[in-house]
Design a protein around this ligand. Structure first.
Ligand SMILES: [Mg+2]
Length: 235
């Protein structure tokens, strides 16, 4: 038992040591953004109900996926309703995201961390379920700090769906096993695990240490500024 734990941790350690890329989540990881998700949900559900779709018929858990679930249901009945619902729902998301972005700011030490990793030859990617415009509002110089940035505008299916991380790995030309996924949400841990990456949870969002442990995060850090030390084996 003890031996297998030691083996596991050695394996994890060597995985971290050979990492060639770090992929960051944005909201709650590189930036502090107070997006009102319950208001978002309430308003989208209101529109959904107005188009005759009942809440209890919905299987998906997260809002973007719920919109994608409702769209074909409405399309089957009336394509113009489907289009109108989709546009209205995304308008609500956009409006609330942009409001949060105007008040948003970067996590202290975040820019420095990205710079340091790149200076050391590490590839840096940023992926987010947020829209591009809101991210650029908070971080206008984002392109100078990473090798690739993929918001939800550029993929059909967002994380935790594997497509989102896989498209980032393709752009960076690295394998999942040579990369680290770091984020403040369980979605980030889930997505990273599917892609075979080392996963790191940061405590700058709403998820607690216990929840990250239960989700099987490989490492848990106070914030992104500790990632450099983790990669350099100081932690
Ligand atoms: Mg996040």
């Amino acid at each position: 038992m003890v031996e297998s734990i030691i083996m596991d941790s050695l394996e994890k350690r060597s995985h971290v040591q050979r990492a060639k890329a770090v992929i960051f989540d944005f909201d709650g990881t590189l930036a502090v953004l107070n997006i009102d998700f319950s208001l978002m949900r309430e308003r989208v559900f209101e529109v959904m109900r107005a188009f005759g779709v009942k809440e209890d018929s919905i299987k998906e858990r997260y809002l973007l996926e719920i919109i994608d679930e409702v769209y074909p249901i409405l399309w089957g009945k009336n394509p113009s309703d489907a289009k109108e619902f989709y546009e209205k729902a995304h308008q609500i998301l956009h409006e609330i995201e942009m409001n949060a972005a105007r008040e948003g700011k970067l996590i202290p030490g975040g820019e420095e961390t990205l710079k340091t990793l790149r200076r050391k030859g590490m590839k840096v990617g940023i992926i987010t379920r947020n829209c591009e415009k809101a991210v650029r509002q908070v971080f206008p110089e984002i392109d100078d700090y990473c090798d690739a940035f993929i918001s939800r505008d550029f993929v059909e299916k967002v994380k935790p769906h594997p497509d989102h991380l896989n498209s980032m790995l393709n752009v960076l030309k690295v394998a999942g096993k040579d990369s680290v996924m770091i984020g403040d949400h369980l979605i980030d841990i889930q997505a990273g695990k599917i892609a075979g990456m080392i996963t790191v949870g940061v405590l700058t969002g709403r998820i607690t240490r216990n929840e990250f442990e239960e989700a099987g995060a490989d490492y848990i850090l106070k914030d992104v500024s500790e990632i450099d030390r983790l990669l350099m084996e100081d932690i």
